[in-house]
Design a protein around this ligand. Sequence first.
Ligand SMILES: [Zn+2]
Length: 233
Amino acid sequence: MIRVRFPSGVQNERRRTFRAVFLFYFYMDNEFSSTLLENAVTALTRFPGIGRKTALRLALHLLRRPEQETDGISDALRALRHEIRYCKRCHNISDREVCEICASPLRDSSTVCVVETVRDVMSIESTGQYRVLYHVLGGVISPIDGIGPDKLELACLVERVNDDEDVKEIILATSPTVEGDTTNYYIYRMLSRANRSVKITQLARGLAVGNDLEYADEATLARSIMFRTPFEG
Ligand SMILES: [Zn+2]
């Protein structure tokens, strides 16, 4: 058997590294003197992007705060989980049966923007440019992930078009992905069989504002040329 001998300095370095790694895992396994603290840390690690060390820091921070404040945080989370509702018309998150957007008389009720998630509604709303109504699908068709049309709010979109005479245009605002395109095509086919015909549009796809042309990928650049618009000086 061949033994590799490191110079003593290197061996010391390896020993220190091994000791640090050993202590780290020992500490992580044995750091909690309280099961309650351990439970809180484990619960906090369920948040995306929160590791065990960050969770411990958050838990210790909460312990230092006034009881009233930590009660407020847990009450808000409990209420969020148990009391939040989904709008019966657009499936956006809401406190009532019909969300504020659907209930607003200031909205353009002739246009319904179809999006994947509640976050997409927030993104479009943050532009402050459009006062349209929405329809939240709850995702996109993705056979690989086991998401078929029956798992999305698709059938009720057709019902909405059939029942609401005000709706004149459907904007397909799903992500520019294979799944998004598949979903758009599915919606297009469904709406072509609806009782009423409506205009169906989709978001323009092309170059991002502020980016140099050389950094655009081929697909984006090709689409930008295909869907070029007249220059309006
Ligand atoms: Zn709504």
